[in-house]
Design a protein around this ligand. Structure first.
Ligand code: ASP
Length: 325
């Protein structure tokens, strides 16, 4: 090992990459790293087990623990990058949360696996190797939190799980930032994110937990009772996963308007895959006090809204957060 090798910390959380059966993950991060001896040739690896769950069970508490540990180690001069191993179901959410609250420009790369270890064509080891290759590369700095599966390098803001195949993680709107050459671990970037993230983010972790925000999905025949129930349950915000341009049917608008008047935040996001939600088009957002989610999916709009609500409940200020991140 070259004494100048970059020190990379692997933070393991579970997921299929660590599952030897359909049940809960059992392989520890150390085992995942030991299964890839080539890793020791490209970086000085250390491993910590942050959690051991399938990612549908990832919680806000896991997020806070993970983000605080990342900020703690990257604030020092020792660790030069972090790789997070994670289940793929909620990988995009964890990556986007970290993209908004990590306070370092050092690389943080989230990886997972579409196939379990020991299964035919298992992808976890290659994804982990590629993740470390990206994390050790100085060119990965300042690009926000990255997601690497299937040799593609994605921005946390853009990427989403699209299929159950090896190439599941895509950025339908904008494509990958670059690629990893799995043969030799070299990385190739072709663009950088333009929205605020990590060290330029206006959001932060100075909160013990996050406000509750619900996502309500629009569909033919939707009725306002769910909106009313969420408001009555004390949620601080709602992301409306609307049809088309994130539309609310007329039958919903009174309940949404009442929610805003009661101090809740209402964000219009679109259930359409590639979108840029426009304000004051079919719906007078200014009059209702609604926020629009730009190109964020409903699940990512919820994360930005939760963090924004730790700063303000003012719809205009929240809109500024959405327009900048
Ligand atoms: N259910 C698994 C998880 O998200 C799927 C995976 O990891 O690929 O933990």
């Amino acid at each position: 090992m070259d004494s100048k090798a970059e020190k990379i910390l692997v933070l393991a959380t579970g997921g299929s990459i660590a599952q030897t059966s359909p049940k809960d993950p059992t392989l520890l991060g150390d085992t995942l790293v030991d299964a890839v001896p080539q890793l020791r040739n490209i970086a000085d690896i250390s491993v910590e087990q942050i959690a051991q769950v399938s990612s549908p069970d990832i919680s806000v508490e896991h997020w806070l623990r993970l983000a605080r540990r990342i900020n703690e180690v990257l604030a020092g001069n020792d660790v030069q990058g972090v790789v997070v191993t994670h289940g793929t179901d909620t990988l995009e959410e964890t990556a986007y949360f970290l993209n908004l609250v990590v306070s370092s420009d050092k690389p943080v790369v989230v990886v997972g696996a579409m196939r379990r270890p020991y299964s035919l064509g298992a992808d976890g080891s290659a994804n982990l190797y590629n993740g470390v290759a990206v994390a050790r590369d100085p060119n990965s700095r300042g690009k926000g939190v990255l997601v690497t599966l299937n040799a593609e390098i994605h921005a946390a803001r853009d990427v989403t799980k699209t299929t159950f195949n090896l190439d599941a993680f895509k950025a339908p709107d904008f494509g990958p930032l670059g690629y990893v050459n799995a043969k030799n671990g070299t990385t190739h970037f072709y663009r950088s994110p333009t929205r605020k993230h990590t060290t330029t983010s206006e959001l932060s972790l100075d909160c013990e937990t996050l406000p509750r925000v619900a996502i309500l999905y629009s569909y033919v025949g939707v009725t306002p009772d769910l909106f009313e129930a969420v408001a009555a349950a004390g949620y601080k915000g709602v992301v409306w996963a609307g049809t088309g341009n994130a539309n609310l049917p007329k039958v919903i608008r009174p309940a949404a308007s009442e929610a805003v008047k009661s101090g809740m935040a209402v964000v219009r996001a679109s259930r359409v895959n590639c979108r840029i939600v426009s304000r004051n088009d079919e719906i007078d957002d200014d009059a209702f006090g609604f926020v629009t989610a730009d190109s964020l999916s409903p699940q990512k709009a919820r994360i930005l809204l939760m963090l924004a609500l730790t700063k303000t409940a003012d719809p205009a200020r929240i809109q500024e957060f959405f327009d900048a991140h």
